[in-house]
Design a protein around this ligand. Structure first.
Ligand code: PLP
Length: 343
């Protein structure tokens, strides 16, 4: 790797497997592969563990005893931060501005099992970011009063430290596809807090990989996101002295497949999930990877992804999302026919 940064290694397996999907490839007329970053050991796995390897090292160097992060109430990143904190003997607090969903399920349930505190600030109608910053400050002060040294992790672990996990993944992927004799594939990933996409982008470009990258936004992209991706790149370039340059148009992020909102329940996403499960026995989640695969199916249909193209879908995890109430009830309506009740 051209860029070095210390980390604490806990991914297992590493490299994560990359598998060919024969049935879907045949049906769709493309060469479809999947990179299994959902199979990453701690806390039900997922993309955030790669970022947390670098973040944990930084936190321990700074003497941290508590990891504090932010997100939606059902944040996968929060759950994986809780898992890492549990494994390394630290405390964990997850702060969100969100309504209590009426039940302790999915990631919130796992957060509790992993011994993290989830702080849900009721939205009082003011700017959400302002409320989040205030609540984080209050929670941080509370932990510090208990003698803890608190390390703050931004949304999704997406800072210059965390993105190194996906810079490294880009190098890993390049070596894997070389072994498979593939040269001209496109990696497709979901884009939320952007660290996964940007880490991959920088890793592929800065290391001269032949792989291309396409991001699929899983939440509506606005001017803030357009500015943020460029700023994030510039900060990373400064931190790591990349030899590459990039502006907004260099980031190939598809913004037309968000299905209108973040983590919304959408029947086309469920159809994509059924399709992957019923032909390749791989489970995609309803918030991120199912939406990304639904986007890929649209792009194939629209001819944006050409017949014969090689696509590597990054499975970023998110499995607990199935068990959030608003997804579960919609699945239940469609799947009742699969339950046979006999006397
Ligand atoms: C399962 C899953 N996939 C994809 C993403 C998006 O990654 P990023 O936030 O780095 O853009 C997330 C982020 O929360 C996630 O939890």
């Amino acid at each position: 790797m051209l860029v070095k940064r210390e980390k604490i290694s806990f991914l297992d397996p590493q490299p994560t497997p990359i598998n060919y999907l024969p049935t879907l490839s045949k049906e769709l007329g493309v060469e479809l592969f999947i990179k299994r970053d959902d199979l990453t050991l701690f806390g039900a796995g997922g993309n955030k563990l790669r970022k947390l390897e670098y973040i944990l090292y930084d936190a321990i160097q700074k003497g941290a005893t508590t990891l504090l992060t932010v997100g939606g109430a059902q944040t996968n990143h929060g759950r994986l931060t809780a898992a890492v904190a549990a494994k390394y003997g630290m405390k964990c607090a997850i702060v969100c501005v969100d309504e209590y969903p009426g039940e302790i399920s999915a990631n919130i349930l796992l957060d509790g099992i992993l011994n993290a505190e989830v702080v849900m600030k009721k939205n009082d109608g003011r700017d959400k970011d302002e409320q989040l910053v205030e609540t984080v400050a209050t929670v941080k002060a509370r932990y510090e009063d208990m003698g803890e040294t608190v390390y703050e992790i931004p949304l999704g672990g997406s800072d210059v430290v965390g993105m190194m996990g996906y810079y490294e993944c880009a190098v890993e992927l390049t070596a894997q596809v070389q072994k498979l004799g593939i040269e001209d594939a496109t990696v497709v990933t979901g884009v939320g807090s952007m660290g996964t996409y940007l880490g991959l982008y920088c890793g592929l470009k800065n290391e001269g990989s032949p792989l291309e990258i396409t991001g699929i936004a899983i939440l509506p992209f606005n001017d803030y996101h357009d500015r943020r991706i460029v700023e994030y790149f510039e900060n990373a370039k400064e931190e790591y002295n990349f030899s590459i340059d990039a502006c907004r148009k260099d980031f190939n992020i598809e913004t037309g497949y968000t299905r209108g909102a973040y983590n919304n329940s959408d029947s086309t996403v469920r159809q994509a999930i059924y399709r992957m499960a019923r032909s390749e026995a791989i489970l995609l989640d309803p918030c991120y990877t199912g939406k990304v695969f639904a986007g890929v199916l649209d792009m194939i249909e629209e001819g944006k992804i050409k017949k014969g193209e090689k696509i590597i879908l990054l499975h970023t995890g998110g499995m607990p999302g199935f068990y959030t109430k608003h997804h579960r009830v919609e699945f239940e309506k469609e799947l009742m026919g699969h339950v046979t009740i006999v006397d």
